[in-house]
Design a protein around this ligand. Sequence first.
Ligand code: C2O
Ligand code: CU
Length: 504
Amino acid sequence: ALLLPVQRAARTQLTIKDRLPESRLPVPFRVPLSIPPLARPLRRDNKRKIDFYSMTMKAARVQILPDGPKTYIFGYDGITPGPTIREKRGRRCVVRQINRLPKTHPYLGYECTTSVHLHGSDSLPQYDGWAEDVIRPGQYKDYRYPDDQDARPLWYHDHAIHHTAQNAYMGCAALYTTHDELEASLPVPKGYGRYEIPLVIQDKIFAQNGNFIYDDDGENSLYGDVILVNGRPWPTMKVERRKYRLRFLNASVSRGFHLALDSGEPFTVVGHDGGFAPEPTEVTSFRLGMAERYGVIVDFARHKIGDQIVLRNLGLPNNQDFANTDVIMRFDVVSNATSTAGNSVPDRLNPSTGRHNPMRLRESDAARTRKWVFERKNGLWTINGRTWDSQRSDADVPHDDVEIWELENRSGGWFHPIHLHLVDFKILDRNGGPPFAYERGPKDVAYVGEGETVRVIARFGPTRGKYMMHCHNLVHEDHDMMTHFDVGATGRDPAEIAPARPLP
Ligand code: C2O
Ligand code: CU
């Protein structure tokens, strides 16, 4: 029985010329969910504990529309989402990123430079995907990652100056999960693609020829009318009668989601951007802003074989809703459990004792508070009234200091998911009140809703150097709601430390 009303409010029609008409859009729940393949390292150096990968960013034609023409994409190794990198904490990792994209985008016309950001990692600034530290077509760069943080759902995606939205929308986005002893010791669902299920949600606009239409409505936002999960339109997933850990990532350019199950049953939130929460929390719905990650456990043992449970999008203010953007995917219960391993949710998850885990920080630990205002001004997306300037750091944070950052959204009709590179933070409060129940874990993106003020606390380290902060609505980020801060006042330009090199 459907406990949640299927409300199809405020539906509009996309009016873009050449777009695939509503009557030809894929029908929900006709294709099976797929799981992004795991990346294979070229080599594992077990003495030095370093794993080497090589990846090629390239264009490809792939079948996304089940009965339609193929779609021209950009992808890491030519697939989207790209290959999932899975690494153990304590091993380091080198990823060679080769840019074999066309020199200019065949229908958007920009130069296809890229920069690869491992979102949520404390990488050194020269390997962090600094927006101006670009790899041109015909160049490569070796990114070195420490993998020294608590296990977490990282993701790597494009971050090139002024073209992040296009490159990511074309497909340059993928998962990178890290794993540690804490995770291994917890009896939660595990096994990539078996009981631990990555769910990368994106919206797209398709043209009649099958290609993606990039239309950001004059640098406002991009709202697609097709929902993809792991690159498939509105898929279904067969599940057993047991618990699953669903690991959500919103990799959309501008669309936020408000997720719920149509059975009305709860999600048990266990994980956040920065890893496991101190304790699990039950909620019946949660907002998933762009770049946010939540790990939730759903118990399909509540259902009988044959039941179908739809993952719904209840919608958010100031997103455009289209015909089927109120549904995401469907779970079909097909059998009893074939394994009882990792089938519980312990009361305590993460002792949060790491020096850079923010969950034990208190307001009194902070050396100072900084205030940041996010606002649309004179047609530009601004932070404290200014736009991106690679030469101007807007904060010099002493190394390893604890600070409170107050993030204020003063542009009424927009929400801004604000991302800080380098650090994990704890949300202290939202408009002076407590954070949402599902937000009580380590985060690197704060959903700052219309007219909201969110205060976060973090310890700025372990590395030194310049890092970016920006809105993760990629259209806002590109035009130019982005700034940077310098930890330890290094003054060094990350683009100059280890620049990309020409291919031999
Ligand atoms: Cu996921 Cu600076 O971005
Ligand atoms: Cu924004």
